[in-house]
Ligand binder design. Sequence first.
Ligand SMILES: [Zn+2]
Length: 461
Amino acid sequence: MKKVQRRALSVILIIVVLMGGVGYFTFRFISEGQKWVNFTANRHVYSSGGELIDGAIYDRDEKPLLYTEDGKRKYSDNESVRCATMHIIGDKKGNVAKSLQKVYADRLVGYNIVAGMFSTKIAGNKIYTTLDSDICAAAYEQLKGKKGAVCVFNYKTGEVICLVSTPTYDPENPPVIASGDDNYDGVFINRAISSRFPPGSVYKTVTAAAAIDTIPDINEQTFTCNKVINVNGQKVVCSGTHKEENFKTALRNSCNVAFGQISMQLGWETTAQYAEKLGMTTSHNLSGIATVKGKIASSGELNELAWTGIGQNTDEINPFAMMRYMGIVANGGICAEPYIVEKLTTSTGIPLNYDKQTETTRILRQTTADQLSDMMRFTVMNNYGDKNFPSGMEFCAKTGTAEVDGDKKSHAWFVGFTRNEKYPYAFAVFVQNGGSGYGVARPIAAHVMSEIKKKVDQGEN
Ligand SMILES: [Zn+2]
């Protein structure tokens, strides 16, 4: 009898262990299955070079930016488009960390817990982006080999139509990059979303919004610029000698003396509070891609506070965050959160479950946004000149020429938006060590926006 009991127990034990094993495998299958499929040794999904060979990515007009043909991964047939979209699409070797190919690897492959991969044939899913490949190519060509970034989005809908970073290269013909080659310095980094740089005077738009909101008599104040002010024995120097100014003309003149004084009135706490509120020091979620946070000083001597509000000191801001902020000002204080992935479908076009995460949030009071918009419009009309921009778009903008340490050239910035309702676009153009914001970044913005205008007028966007 005991023998029978012992045997029965052994059998039960074996069953328990077996069930446990099956349970463990099932648990791992559910929790890790996606990872197993995306494992780079999986030859259904990756080529021997480690390149993802599944799925396709399109621009807003359904032009292919990346697809598979005869088992080979292919990019756009236009070289400028390939170079312009290399960072956001990703190269063949997966060198760019924050590319759609990397972030959407599982969705491109089309892994599904019930069906597994949809098919053993190479097909994968399709990602439709909001990018306009013609506009991206125009921005890339305008950068003319300089390092920088061009970001444009529709501030009413949140659609990002242009997100270009240079230096870049043709992903169909990747170059051999020698270490220390300055032409390819930081080539795998998407400067538009993953880098931050001293903003210089474009940051005065942030200081201005804080001043409109929190300094009750800001519009009645007058400033006198004699090129230099002394703050606790330290000099704050202006690029000009602007004499008597009010708040509005101080922005038009981009006067450091006036904006240094405004920053000191704001104080460290309000300065930090507005940097965060306006998205300068926070990370943003671009359809699942996290952008880099900017940084500004939060304490120090009074002269450092003055320089912080002028966009110098230790300030570093990301171009995408600047574009997003311009959209908030343009849209009456409401942020239509920028996004880049419009929809996902299977290879046969069946829509897949996907949340666009289109959020609209009020960030600034309407009156604050509208006053700043008017001031930026005034700056274009009375300083940069409407004749330097495509007509009828109603440009509102601010230049930045950010000084950098050492004997390198300043960073050139040009940020703003067009407020004619027909063209609801906000932009940020950045050229690393490019020189003058007005001389170098402005023409790039003007050209890219004129290309957008052409498409809108032709009814294509
Ligand atoms: Zn001045």
